[in-house]
Design a protein around this ligand. Structure first.
Ligand code: SAH
Length: 441
């Protein structure tokens, strides 16, 4: 039985709508340890709420176009400066006062200092694929560390951004989940990852020639739907037309979630324009309870129903992510069950499945599936008419691929014992025969 604890700190007002810490909590009452910064989570423990830390300073990218005008006026400047500053930021990707020749020379430094406080400091950069994959480690104002990964393909340039420092979802096969949640990122901290990438691309500093970010996935560190407000606002900033935002196409912005049901429903109701991806990793509750511990609170059937409603409401095909872990979740019967569960919700046209060969993470002996097993898994899904494509493992050699982003991993002896016990439990569940039988029915 999982332990579900929440940070004992006062509520974070930004997240109260989404996190219902106690209402649905099950499991034995356990002493709640005080969280100071991040710490390893016990197996199955969820950390829904970010520890309270000093908020980053307000930045232009935190604000809507209307709020920007108000903000400038409140600082004693003329309202129309907001548009000029937005152009510099969202069209020219700059925060450098020297380049803002349309601002009065005497005020440039002062204005930019307040509207563009430095939120991200580059700590290190790692390159792969002849420089076409770039992983950057950033330090935030309070010392928290996050990563982003830029990937250039023939037809697109994708950035994978972080939405939280650390993650509280504790999926045992993901490196980020091992150190717990440090804090939520602000909208501007998320957007700055994109602005800086765009600046470097525009200046031709990234291999592959000048360009710009065309696609964005919330698949870096963190669970985006546990930081709903900032992520929803970021999607607006990304997709709003220039100069209010970057003017990206909404279908090219993907929010990936473990399945935080209330947040998926909110996204649906609010009509936030983006593509939804759900991390499934197992079709059966027994195994999913272990691999994606939030399943103990929000069951897979309900999450898939919500995903279908998202499709019905937005017309956007939903992505299903499935990390293929050798001998854990890659059995043909699990592919078959997944195929049945998806098509039972109205055919195959509403869904796209993205199996991801497991990327290695520290302290774990789990590996990717055998290629023949992967092939069978894919073919089984395709036999249901489900569009299925295996995700590439870009960046895995610089630990920049899915599930490999982790700025710090702290593990003590007790945590290691707990983790090993969980691995043993998962392996038992994984190997148990499927009672329903594995034939299509
Ligand atoms: N918290 C979000 C975003 C996480 S990263 C989510 O869980 O959806 C994006 C994807 O990478 C998720 O589907 C995640 O489950 C998957 N992933 C995590 N660890 C992985 C690993 N070691 N190998 C392959 N995929 C992994």
């Amino acid at each position: 039985m999982a332990i579900m604890t929440d940070s004992p700190q006062p509520e974070n007002p930004e997240n109260t709508e989404i996190n219902e810490p106690d209402k649905a909590a099950e499991g034995p009452a356990t002493a709640v340890p005080v969280i100071i910064g991040n710490r390893p989570l016990a197996p199955g423990e969820l950390q829904m709420r970010a520890p309270r830390r000093g908020k980053p300073p307000v930045h232009l990218a935190d604000l809507t176009a209307t709020e920007r005008t108000e903000h400038l006026k409140s600082l004693g400047h003329q309202g129309f400066r907001a548009k000029q500053l937005s152009k510099h930021y969202f069209e020219h990707f700059t925060t450098d006062p020297e380049q803002m020749t349309d601002l009065p020379a005497a005020q440039r430094a002062e204005i930019t200092a307040v509207v563009f406080p430095k939120l991200l400091t580059e700590v290190s950069v790692q390159l792969a694929d002849q420089g076409r994959t770039v992983k950057t480690l950033w330090r935030l104002h309070d010392g928290s560390l996050v990563e982003s990964v830029l990937m250039r393909y023939k037809d697109r340039t994708t950035i994978c951004v972080s939405s939280q420092a650390g993650c509280g979802m504790n999926c045992p096969f993901c490196a980020t989940g091992q150190a717990g949640l440090t804090r939520n990122m602000s909208t501007a901290e998320i957007i700055e990852q994109v602005r800086i990438a765009n600046q470097q691309l525009a200046a031709g500093q990234v291999a592959g020639g000048p360009g710009r970010v065309t696609n964005l996935v919330f698949m870096g560190m963190g669970e985006p739907m546990a930081n709903y407000k900032a992520v929803a606002a970021s999607v607006r900033r990304l997709t709003d037309s220039r100069p209010d935002g970057f003017g990206m196409s909404a279908r090219n912005v993907t929010v990936s979630t473990v399945g935080l049901l209330p947040a998926i429903e909110k996204l649906t109701q609010e009509g936030i324009p983006c593509t939804l991806a759900i991390s499934i990793h197992a079709p059966d509750n027994e195994l999913r309870d272990e691999l994606v511990p939030i399943n103990q609170r929000y069951k897979i059937d309900d999450v898939l129903d919500a995903a279908r409603t998202y499709f019905d409401t937005t017309g956007r095909r939903v992505s299903i992510e499935y990390a293929l872990i050798r001998d854990i979740n890659d059995q043909a019967w699990r592919a078959d069950l997944l195929g049945r569960m998806l098509t039972a919700r109205g055919g195959a046209g509403w869904i796209h499945v993205n199996p991801i060969p497991l990327n290695p993470v520290p302290n774990s002996k789990w590996t990717a599936s055998d290629p023949r097993v992967e092939e069978e898994f894919v073919e089984t899904l395709r036999s249901y008419g489900i569009s299925t494509t295996v995700r590439d493992t870009r960046g895995s050699d610089i630990d920049g691929a899915c599930g490999q982003l982790a700025a710090t991993i702290v593990e003590d002896a007790r945590h290691r014992e707990d983790r090993e016990a969980r691995v043993g439990r998962v392996e038992l569940i994984a190997a148990a025969p499927h009672l329903e039988g594995n034939s299509r029915g």
